[in-house]
Design a protein around this ligand. Structure first.
Ligand code: AVJ
Length: 324
């Protein structure tokens, strides 16, 4: 007699994020292998990034923070009652420097994909700035954004200042950066300003240690991606069997991070195997470095007018002030 087949249901992995699974499967099947750097930031990854920002070698955070402090008086001259909108606010560590300098800002809207971090940091800011109307939008700002109707009417009346610090824009390809800047212009509306932090460093002697520090915090940050894939997608990466590599590519003006397999090895993930040849790498991050004029051209091609910029005293970290 013909036998009856049994329908198997895929196992329920309650934490399996389909977007994460798809991008990891695609990236490991690609040549060269790659995974988008957005996946670094699980809880541990965010902790490790915070530690990176405190390293001596990682000049970016220190430079930008000093720059923001030095602009206190200049920010105080801007029109009162503004709406500050931060993209990818994360822990919002730099936000108080801007909010504290501005003349009686009316509202602050934080936008982040991680609702967890967002709720926490927005609470802290509300306590620190009790007069401020504080809003949190859980959204992916790399895709087109729309104002919730409840906020739009209020914010549209206020002078709008977008805030995108930390050289986060460097994680986009130039094409993605233009798309983001264009979307931010639409979202912020006519007359808005955008304050963007951009690193323009081209000196390998400064870049390599910043992305491959002596204490190995950046290496741990990079390898944590493999640990996360193991935990959330059930893979069997041996994170310690990969070497952290940071390289500068001057042709693309970007620093790259990779995980290098010093010997051949095979990894299993969701029923598939992926083989690494000796010396093969998994490309985990691009961090584009835009010198001043290069970033101004990029901003212009996205519909922004560069009005001003400020350069850090001892590094090539800059803040750009753009107007729509
Ligand atoms: C958060 C994207 C600005 O590219 O410098 C730090 C992330 N990667 N060390 C950067 C990062 C390795 C960081 N950004």
């Amino acid at each position: 007699p013909p036998q009856t087949a049994t329908v198997l249901h895929p196992p329920d992995l309650p934490d399996l994020n389909p977007e994460f699974a798809t991008q990891v499967l695609e990236g490991l099947s690609a040549h060269p292998k790659r995974i988008p750097s957005t996946w670094f930031y699980d809880h541990r990854g965010s902790e490790l990034f915070e530690q990176i920002t405190e390293l001596n070698e990682y000049y970016l955070t220190r430079s930008e923070t000093a720059l923001l402090r030095s602009l206190h008086d200049e920010f105080a001259q801007l029109p009162a009652g503004s709406a500050v909108i931060e993209f990818g606010s994360g822990s919002s560590r730099k936000t108080p420097l801007l909010l504290g300098a501005l003349n009686a800002p009316a509202s602050y809207t934080a936008i982040d994909i991680s609702g967890d971090f967002l709720r926490q940091s927005v609470r802290g800011l509300q306590l620190r700035f009790p007069q401020l109307d504080v809003h949190a939008l859980e959204a992916d700002f790399t895709a087109p954004l729309h104002w919730p109707a409840a906020l739009e009417a209020d914010v549209r009346q206020q002078p709008r200042i977008g805030f995108f610090p930390g050289s986060t824009i460097g994680n986009f390809t130039p094409e993605q950066a233009v798309r983001f800047l264009h979307g931010a212009a639409q979202f912020l509306g006519p007359g808005a300003h955008l304050l963007v932090g951009v690193d323009g460093t081209q000196d390998k002697a400064k870049l390599i240690p910043a992305y491959d520090d002596a204490r190995g915090v950046t290496a741990a940050f990079n390898r944590n991606l493999l640990t996360r894939i193991n935990r959330e997608l059930g893979a069997d990466f041996n994170a310690q069997a990969f070497r952290h590599v940071a390289r500068f590519d001057p042709a693309h003006s970007r620093i790259e991070m990779h995980l290098l397999s010093p010997r051949p090895q095979t990894v299993r993930l969701l029923g598939q195997s992926f083989t690494f040849a000796e010396g093969e790498t998994l490309h985990t991050e691009n961090s584009y470095k835009y010198p001043l004029a290069m970033f101004q051209r990029l901003a212009q091609s996205a519909g922004w007018t560069p009005q001003k910029h400020w350069l850090a005293a001892d590094t090539d970290v800059a803040l750009h002030w753009l107007q729509r």
